[in-house]
Write a protein that binds this ligand. Structure first.
Ligand code: SF4
Length: 230
């Protein structure tokens, strides 16, 4: 089934119902979830843990993450009972080539530290679940819950959720928060490219602030057709 066929068959589902259908019925053994263990990641991972705590969780360690993210990752895994963390890293030569690259070429830096490692890791799967939401704006405003990205089907079970809905889940489920949220960080990636935002500002406005860049490339990659073959 292509992404559009799946959208027709399963596009009415969201959240854990969509995850369950994809994990159990459509892509058994061939699907993983990607997570940055950032400000909102607990909501998706909580649903994944309820469906299948052994589902592979792909975590991109770019080499430039906040120390707090690693502590939060370990806390959340314990809290939710997730059992299959897969740490994805750049190849040593790519990491060397990306040294300080964020100062002068963020697109190339993201390519070396994020896009290529994820493309390699995705080779073992047919589908990837992510936590993107329409409320994040920019290129995500028209996001479908199921999309085809080259050889990979992307599943976004939280596409419909806004900030209030996310907050409600944190409260209802008693989910732990990333420690940087209390310091004004609402979307958390690599430390050189992430800033705290003012109350009321868009959540992702602290990412690559003032540069015009809004995506690292992992969510716009067409797997197997952008030269990032899988
Ligand atoms: S977010 Fe910044 S530091 Fe991280 S990979 Fe992209 S450019 Fe490099």
């Amino acid at each position: 089934m292509t992404g559009s066929d799946l959208q027709e068959a399963y596009g009415h589902l969201n959240g854990d119902e969509l995850i369950g259908a994809m994990v159990r019925d459509v892509f058994p053994g061939r699907i993983a979830v990607t997570s940055s263990f950032g400000a909102e990641s607990a909501v998706l991972l909580d649903l994944v843990a309820q469906v299948d705590p052994a589902l592979p969780v792909l975590f991109l360690d770019t080499g430039e993450l906040f120390d707090e993210t690693f502590g939060y990752r370990d806390l959340l895994i314990r809290h939710l009972g997730l059992t299959n963390l897969v740490v994805v890293r750049p190849e040593p030569e790519d990491r060397k080539a990306a040294e300080d690259l964020w100062r002068r070429d963020t697109d190339r830096c993201c390519e070396l530290r994020k896009v290529w490692p994820l493309a390699r890791a995705a080779a073992g799967y047919t589908a990837l679940i992510d936590g993107r939401k329409r409320a994040h704006g920019d290129g995500r405003s028209g996001l479908s819950t199921i999309q085809q990205a080259g050889a990979i089907t992307k599943i976004s079970p939280l596409a419909h959720m806004d900030e209030a809905a996310i907050e409600a889940v944190f409260t209802e489920r008693g989910l732990p928060r990333h420690p940087l949220v209390a310091r004004g960080f609402r979307s958390i990636g690599c430390w050189p490219c992430t800033r705290a935002v003012r109350p009321g500002d868009p959540a992702r406005s602290g990412r690559w602030a003032g540069t015009g860049k809004s995506e690292c490339g992992i969510h716009t990659l067409s797997f197997g057709t952008d030269g990032a073959g899988i």
